[in-house]
Write a protein of this length. Structure first.
Length: 134
């Protein structure tokens, strides 16, 4: 697993509880060009996953634009896309609907340090793949 993080923590709220989280950047196993982001908290002195912020919709025919991600807007991450935009780490691009229940995900363009961290994760992953001879 890649250990690439954004330099600053963010404050996010899930189900009425506020958390201080660090964004960990990687890529999806099925496509090293797609950024994957997990939010990790360290309230107890141990790193614990809070939420997987991104969703891979490639198999459903949706690919995010360059420097963009899809953020699932349901379940534990409902409202996360708006929080990321409000924090200034991303900019809203569009909403996509998929599945039989009209599930929504927001396409967001990563900004600033988040864009840079995602770029470092992609580069590191591509170097891993090249080193393995794939």
């Amino acid at each position: 697993m890649l250990d690439i993080t954004a330099p600053d923590t963010i404050r996010v709220t899930f189900f009425g509880t506020e958390y201080e989280a660090t964004a960990h950047f990687s890529t999806y196993a099925s496509n090293a060009e797609l950024s994957a982001i997990q939010l990790i908290i360290n309230d107890s002195g141990f790193d614990e996953p809070l939420a997987t912020a991104t969703v891979n919709l490639e198999e459903l025919g949706f690919l995010p634009a360059e420097n963009c991600i899809f953020v699932k807007d349901y379940g534990e991450t409902e409202g996360l896309a708006k929080q990321l935009v409000d924090l200034g780490v991303a900019k809203y691009i569009r909403t996509v609907t998929f599945g039989g229940y009209d599930t929504e995900a927001q396409e967001l363009e990563l900004m600033g340090e988040w864009r840079a961290a995602a770029g470092r994760a992609k580069q590191a992953r591509l170097e891993q793949i090249k080193a393995r001879g794939f």
